[in-house]
Design a protein around this ligand. Structure first.
Ligand code: AMP
Ligand code: MG
Length: 387
């Protein structure tokens, strides 16, 4: 049995090999950059108007209107003292422009533009390079591609981007009692839920499950299923069969496949019977079968490794300290992850903390981490992992 800190250290110290790849920008969301991005040009690349209105040259209150510039207009125009031109947001500002005047602040009489106030130099002009300068480092290696990152890279004209390959991931759920949702179940059977929960958690965190199967509690079948997955994936997530019951064959099946244990069992609740192992460059998490334990262990232990395997730092879920909305006494001798809901700047510990209970996790949006027995009073700050 290891502590949470030891387990995380053992996971974070695993040597991982990263493989760079070139992807179309549209397929790169949630990947991590394998190279720095340097801006090929200034952004914006020309002075342009921040408003619909008139570009004027001079500091008087009356101008002669000489034409119009719409966004996308590629004709080079220049103004002389006393001239104005109709311009729209994003339009290239003519040479010699003093300012762009909002259309709400002007009056037009024939070809004459009249202003309420004198123009303020540079007003409503988005200067070339004001956001990003040519040659500037826009993103460092290891930056995670978010929708806004895609926006920046598109603006800079990138059609493809260099990223690290994502690990290929398989999921195996074990248990004689498990029936696929949608099929008919008999008394004593239950619907299998962990594999789809884990596949969704992967998707939610920017990963993809490349194979999912359900296997009965049979040493030979589990050994064969693991072998089949290890022929195809980098990371294998297994649920169930890792406790000490008579039908828990996963540990033995992993040994038979040459997977070496890194640790087994963590001093925590829920999720004590977690196994982590490695076979050359492949990793296996055997997660407890209880649904809340399985998902909690995925978030706390598997996610940081998946992030590192794709080129990230492996920070796992985001943590925040939030005041608790009520008093709460924790009597467990072990560190606990409690299902909780953050609402109105406070966090509330939910009912239904059992390892098998995932409904409370679905109602909530956080796990509160507490190290041991403690009496919490309203307003105490607690460590929340955002799920
Ligand atoms: P195990 O870790 O295999 O002993 O399973 C612990 C508990 O979790 C048992 O009540 C199982 O029925 C339940 N369980 C195991 N695997 C799953 C699964 N894939 N979906 C839903 N419940 C499961
Ligand atoms: Mg089982």
């Amino acid at each position: 049995m290891v502590s949470i800190e030891e387990a995380l250290k053992l996971i974070n110290h695993q040597q991982v090999d990263l493989i760079p790849d070139e992807l179309p920008l549209a397929q790169s969301l949630d990947c991590y950059l394998s190279d720095q991005i340097i801006s090929p040009f200034d952004l914006p690349s020309f002075d342009n108007s921040a408003m619909d209105g008139y570009a004027v040259c001079g500091e008087q209150k009356s101008f002669e209107i000489i034409g119009e510039v719409a966004a996308g207009n590629t004709v080079d125009t220049r103004l002389k003292e006393g001239q104005a031109i109709r311009i729209f947001t994003g339009g290239k500002v003519p040479e010699n422009t003093t300012a762009v005047i909002m259309q709400e602040k002007i009056e037009v009489e024939g070809k004459t533009l009249k202003l309420e106030d004198e123009p303020v130099k540079g007003k409503n002009i988005r200067k070339k390079g004001v956001e990003i300068a040519a040659g500037q480092v826009v993103f460092e290696t290891g930056h995670r591609i978010t929708p806004a990152t895609i926006g920046v890279l598109s603006s800079l004209g990138f059609g493809t981007v260099s990223v690290y390959q994502q690990p290929s991931i398989h999921i195996i759920a074990t248990g004689n009692e498990l029936v696929e949702p949608g099929e008919t179940k008999k008394i004593g059977q239950i619907y299998e839920s962990n594999s789809q929960t884990l596949a969704s958690a992967l998707q939610n965190q920017g990963f993809y499950c490349g194979g999912r199967k359900i296997i009965e509690d049979d040493l030979e079948a589990i050994t064969a299923g693991i072998s089949d997955s290890l022929n195809q994936c980098d990371v294998l997530l297994i649920s169930g069969g890792i406790s000490v019951g008579d039908y828990d064959y996963v540990k033995q099946a992993l040994e038979e496949n040459g997977v070496q244990e890194v640790f087994y069992k963590i001093f925590q609740k829920p999720g004590k019977p977690l196994y982590f192992g490695r076979k050359e460059n492949q990793f296996v998490f055997a997660l407890p079968g209880n649904p809340a334990s399985s998902l909690t262990c995925f978030y706390v232990y598997a996610l940081p490794l998946l992030q590192r395997l794709s080129g990230g730092k492996g920070d796992g879920l985001m943590h925040v300290n939030i005041p608790i909305s009520h008093s709460y006494e924790i009597e467990f001798d072990r560190p606990v992850f409690l299902k909780a809901k953050i609402e109105n700047k406070n966090v509330t510990i939910l009912d239904g903390q059992g390892s098998s209970m995932i409904h409370s996790m679905a109602q909530g949006n956080a796990l509160v981490f507490v190290k041991g027995p403690i009496k919490l009073t309203e307003g105490d700050l607690v460590d929340c992992l955002l799920i």
